[in-house]
Design a protein around this ligand. Structure first.
Ligand SMILES: Cc1cc2nc3c(=O)[nH]c(=O)nc-3n(C[C@H](O)[C@H](O)[C@H](O)COP(=O)(O)O)c2cc1C
Length: 238
């Protein structure tokens, strides 16, 4: 009888320890306090880069610079690049970590996946480090995240706020538009910790990228905001 009570007590303690442990891990990830958390990154082939050359009067190109962990933002950047190119603008689509000198560009689109309510650090650093060049050419930002799987006005406001710290920190770079797109999430790609976190918050699994919305945004960048003309356009909050 005494042994049975002890066993029951032990089981209760180990269940409690498990909950404390998982709770701690989840908070640690969401607060970003596990700097060495290993992410199962996508392979390099999922981060396409391209160069689109068109017969154009312009001697300068456009750049679509992107940061991505698992590749879904790479796909978005690629489609934005193709759309700009199909309208007659020469375009480079490049992973941010492979970008050097910006002087050959007359307009730049910068985008990143969202992790823990932020752009990836390399995207933030890219804007900060190149602020002097970026303030002189038309620039647009975009972000890719799961909140936009439900593209309501409220969610758009919520995700636009993810960029507030950057807009405040680098006020001299004024984007002519900010695209907010749904991304993709495949649990099989994630590390155990990420998977647990995503399941815990009930994040849906699948590819939710809306290619028509992405193309329409890229198209508006040229037609509404004059990105392709290389003019300093009027600031419009898209
Ligand atoms: C650990 C983790 C944290 C995430 N944090 C957010 C978040 O704060 N807000 C959001 O809307 N989506 C979040 N997401 C979803 C990603 O933004 C989405 O899956 C995106 O498409 C990933 O882009 P990538 O494939 O280019 O890396 C998160 C995903 C993971 C795995």
């Amino acid at each position: 009888m005494r042994m049975e009570t002890e066993n029951r007590e032990q089981r209760r303690i180990s269940r409690r320890s498990f909950l404390v442990l998982t709770g701690g891990i989840i908070s640690a990830i969401s607060l970003g306090s596990l700097p060495n958390t290993r992410f199962a990154h996508a392979s390099a082939s999922e981060f396409p880069e391209s160069e689109c050359r068109v017969r154009s009067e312009a001697d300068k190109k456009f750049l679509v610079a992107y940061a991505s962990k698992y590749g879904s933002t790479a796909g978005v950047a690629d489609v934005i690049g193709k759309e700009l190119c199909s309208r007659g603008a020469p375009v480079d689509v490049l992973l941010i970590k492979n970008i050097g000198d910006l002087s050959s560009y007359r307009g730049v689109v910068v985008g990143s996946a969202i992790y823990k309510r932020k752009w990836l650090p390399e995207a933030v650093d890219f804007v900060k480090m190149n602020r002097e060049v970026l303030r002189r050419v038309p620039v647009a930002y975009f972000l890719v995240c799961m909140t936009m799987c439900e593209p309501t006005e409220e969610n758009r406001r919520k995700v636009l706020a993810y960029l507030d710290p950057l807009l405040k920190e680098v006020p001299q770079v004024k984007p002519v538009g900010i695209g907010t797109f749904a991304g993709a999430l495949h649990y099989r790609n994630l590390s155990w910790l990420e998977k647990m976190l995503m399941k815990f918050i009930g994040a849906p699994e699948g590819d939710f990228r809306d290619w028509n919305a992405i193309r329409a945004w890229a198209n508006d960048l040229q037609e509404v905001h004059g990105l392709a003309n290389g003019l300093r356009p009027t600031i419009v909050n898209v």
